[in-house]
Ligand binder design. Sequence first.
Ligand code: PEP
Length: 261
Amino acid sequence: MGLQSRGDRRKLVVGNWKMNGTRAANDRLLQAILSGWRPLQHVDAAICPPFVYLPQLAETLASSPLIVGAQSLNPRANGAFTGEISGEMLSDCGCHYVIVGHNERRRMQSESDLYVAEQFLAAQESGLTPILCVGESEQAREAGNALDAIGQQLRVVIEAAGLEAFSRAVVAYEPIWAVGTGKTATPEQAQEVHTFIRGQFGAQGNGLVILYGGSVKADNALSLFAEPDIDGALLGGASLNAEEFIAICQSAEQVATGMTQ
Ligand code: PEP
């Protein structure tokens, strides 16, 4: 098979519900998404609820095109790790994706680059597709060090897992200053970082799906997705609103359809 061109990469939109939801609220949100859903040819869409709701989503979404993912995992296989969840458990509950290295966990749970690399490896060993989040702080961006910071986060995982492992992974660029703040990177800023990330993988980078995350909404998604190296989005707040989630998935479809024509 030849190298994949931009048009060969499927778009992907992933909703990270973070620590939100109840069984009843999840049901309402899922029913609203499913009733407004329009089929997508070029876009995969996934939802990552809190751990305890994974079986609920796996059951509700079983006969739908929506894919289930998790927000984190413990890299150990099993044992005396109170309160933790393994990759095997996530697979067992119907997960396909798992987010690793989200900046909220890097900061609040002190997850290091090495720990994130262990999670990435453990995810793949359990048959899950890791979504590796990388991104710079506001200080790093202001100091002109954004690419260095992102390069370092990527390097640790590449050294642990090898380049080939990224043929079964997704990378999400999430500038810390844009996540949950309402400030979005401009399409040009995001494109610059996505090009840099793709460049770290040599020829294999052509097939790598790279998402942008950071205050993506229905009204800015199209301009982000129009950039050649932005393959979709990792959504926080917007994934809790059915209309926004559907509209963002449709924007990805619209751009992808334009690309294939
Ligand atoms: C996120 O948490 O990954 C995220 C991108 O959040 P938000 O869309 O709310 O900025």
